[in-house]
Design a protein around this ligand. Structure first.
Ligand SMILES: NC(=O)c1ccc[n+]([C@@H]2O[C@H](COP(=O)([O-])OP(=O)(O)OC[C@H]3O[C@@H](n4cnc5c(N)ncnc54)[C@H](OP(=O)(O)O)[C@@H]3O)[C@@H](O)[C@H]2O)c1
Length: 246
């Protein structure tokens, strides 16, 4: 039976865990051929085996040349890139006062510049075919800011701005752009926060939820966005667990 994404190629960054892994699996289930990228190659290889074959690319998107090489490699290996899912990201929460500003730099390098460079590298490939879809994983923090999330939110507000500018610039060229804005999803994301009190607060918040989102819930929204007919451009999808207030 024909699948919705038969013949399409998707490159998913940050595919070694969480939302990226679930998204790669969901896109593959819908017929897409996959290039999967992240730093942890063993995880990517395990995922490729689960998918039944994928182009595995070890890349640190914070390093411009690696982000560009990732796109090049996906294109060379699979012959086209129809869908770019810019998902790689880190969330290092905590107060502004006393923050380790290297963490701010790291978040901007990965969440913002990594996504922008990957898009910059993929855009000519998509435009040469006259179509493409860039899916940027933003966050509910790309619309609303919490006290401990100022720097993280600043990166996700940047993702929203870049996505909207990209949409405006490329809408006449067959390029569609979707910003996905998840609320709390159970992944490895919160494990990287180094500020102890903040980390405890997030752990308690997620543990206290009866039904936080799973990676698969976000993957389903991405599949929805990328399987609409060509004249439909799904620009933003905000998804919270039903019980999440902010
Ligand atoms: N979980 C949530 O509640 C939530 C809510 C809103 C938005 N988001 C966003 O969703 C995206 C995915 O996060 P997740 O929740 O699935 O967390 P996750 O399980 O920690 O996944 C993050 C992914 O990003 C990759 N990554 C991190 N730094 C990288 C780098 N320098 N170069 C390449 N890949 C890198 C990681 O792979 P390696 O470590 O192997 O490189 C991993 O595959 C992020 O953009 C995050 O901001 C998550």
């Amino acid at each position: 039976m024909a699948s919705l994404l038969d013949g399409k190629v998707a490159l998913v960054t940050g595919a070694s865990s969480g939302i990226g892994e679930a998204t790669a699996l969901a896109l593959a289930r819908n017929g897409a051929k996959l290039a999967i990228a992240a730093r942890r190659k063993d995880r990517l290889e395990a995922l490729a085996a689960k998918i039944g074959g994928a182009c595995v690319i070890q890349a640190d998107v914070a390093v411009e040349e690696q982000a560009r090489a990732m796109v090049r490699r996906a294109h060379e290996a699979l012959g086209r890139i129809d869908i770019l899912v810019n998902n790689a990201g880190v969330m290092l929460l905590g107060p502004i006062d006393g923050a380790d500003t290297n963490e701010w730099r790291r978040m901007f390098d990965i969440n913002v510049l990594g996504l922008m460079i990957a898009t910059h590298a993929a855009l000519p490939i998509m435009k040469a075919r006259g179509s493409g879809h860039v899916v940027n994983i933003s966050s509910v923090a790309g619309r609303f800011t919490s006290a401990v999330g100022a720097a993280y939110s600043a990166t996700k507000f940047a993702v929203e701005a870049f996505s909207e500018g990209l949409r405006k610039q490329e809408s006449k060229n067959g390029i569609r752009v979707t910003a996905i804005e998840p609320g709390a999803v159970v992944t490895e994301l919160q494990l990287h926060t180094t500020h102890a009190a903040t980390r405890q607060m997030i752990d308690d918040w997620i543990a206290g939820m009866k039904g936080p989102l799973q990676g698969e819930d976000i993957a389903a929204a991405i599949v929805y966005a990328v399987t609409q007919p060509a004249h439909v451009n799904v620009n933003q999808i905000l998804i919270r667990p039903s019980e999440q207030e902010n």
